[in-house]
Design a protein around this ligand. Structure first.
Ligand SMILES: [Zn+2]
Length: 322
């Protein structure tokens, strides 16, 4: 008998209640049962992108799916198949293994997926980004609502947004957990990101090459005090990283990584991922309690609303301050 080549696709992956995590593994019957029980879905959106000679090209997607799977394991929410190809700013273009799609393509693609996840019964749709395209995805939310008539609560977030306090400590000498420090700021395919990958997918990191070749540096055209690095963890900087032109990676980072990933370790990754998972689980438990299956706040406007027609039913906002 053949054993499945890929456990992720060939073998049921179950949550702590013994039920399936992934939408693609469910039958229609299981889907219909799931949305009655819990209509929250996480849609991971990552990339296929060069992350240096020591890390997998799918790093971003692998990180996002791993975090989504852990959160789903704890909470019983569903994980949709990830969007594997992402959109990229201009300075990423050209490196072998980086496969960008245009931002407009991603917006159309993600908003279509949102539309039909909503049709399948998922009324809370969490778009979990894990690649430097956080400036693109909120547009997909609005395209879904305005142009595709989606009646759902759509939430766009990135994994690093859940651990900004930890990432702000990088390079300050402050510990993120007893005995664990991040030495350099989070950028891309660097100490932080490689640590996270090493923790979630240890077999996909080539540690020997990492230790030998994982040292480069950072190239700037504008001083760091003006421009946020990845994660936008410093709200007092006037530019986010995606607001300005950067030196092309192809010329200035020809190996496809930034900074000093040689400083990565799975212990650092563990603190970041476990903190992120814990905080996301806490949020989802709140979401489940506040908006039970089928119940959502009204987030859309229909044509007849413009004519002051009869309102439909909806849950009121939880807080109205006057
Ligand atoms: Zn990445």
């Amino acid at each position: 008998m053949n054993t499945p080549l890929s456990e992720r696709f060939g073998k049921p992956i179950l949550n702590r209640f013994g039920k399936k995590i992934y939408l693609d593994q469910m039958t229609r019957k299981e889907l219909e049962e799931r949305v009655k029980e819990c209509d929250i879905v996480i849609l991971p959106v990552g990339s296929v992108e060069c992350h240096g000679p020591f890390a997998p090209l799918g790093e971003d997607t692998i990180i996002g799916v791993s975090i989504a799977e852990r959160v789903a394991y704890e909470t019983g929410v569903t994980v949709a198949p990830p969007i594997f190809y992402g959109s990229h700013p201009s300075h990423h273009y050209g490196l072998p293994g980086t496969i960008p799609v245009r931002a407009t393509t991603l917006i159309e693609y993600v908003s279509d997926v949102i539309r039909w996840l909503s049709n399948a019964g998922f009324k809370k749709i969490i778009v979990l980004n894990s690649h430097g395209q956080e400036y693109v995805l909120p547009i997909a939310k609005d395209v879904a609502i305005i142009e595709k008539g989606v009646h759902a609560l759509i939430l766009v977030t990135s994994w690093w947004s859940w651990v900004q306090d930890l990432l702000r400590k990088a390079g300050t000498g402050e510990e993120i957990a007893p005995g664990v420090k991040l030495e350099t700021p989070f950028i891309h395919a660097d100490e932080v990101e490689t640590s996270v990958t090493w923790y979630v997918a240890p077999e996909l990191v080539d540690v020997e090459t990492l230790k030998k070749e994982g040292r480069w540096g950072v190239v700037r055209i504008i001083p760091a005090k003006y421009v946020n690095a990845a994660g936008n963890v410093f709200p007092d900087k006037p530019f986010n990283w995606y607001d300005v032109s950067h030196a092309p990676e192809l010329f200035y980072y020809p190996k496809g990584f930034v900074g000093w990933p040689e400083k990565a370790s799975p212990e650092k990754g563990k603190v970041i991922v476990e903190t992120c998972v814990k905080r996301m689980v806490e949020f989802i438990e709140w979401l489940k309690k506040t908006y039970p299956p089928g119940k959502i706040p009204r987030t859309w406007i229909e044509i007849e609303d413009y004519f002051y027609n009869k309102p439909k039913e909806w849950v009121e906002p939880i807080e109205v301050t006057k």
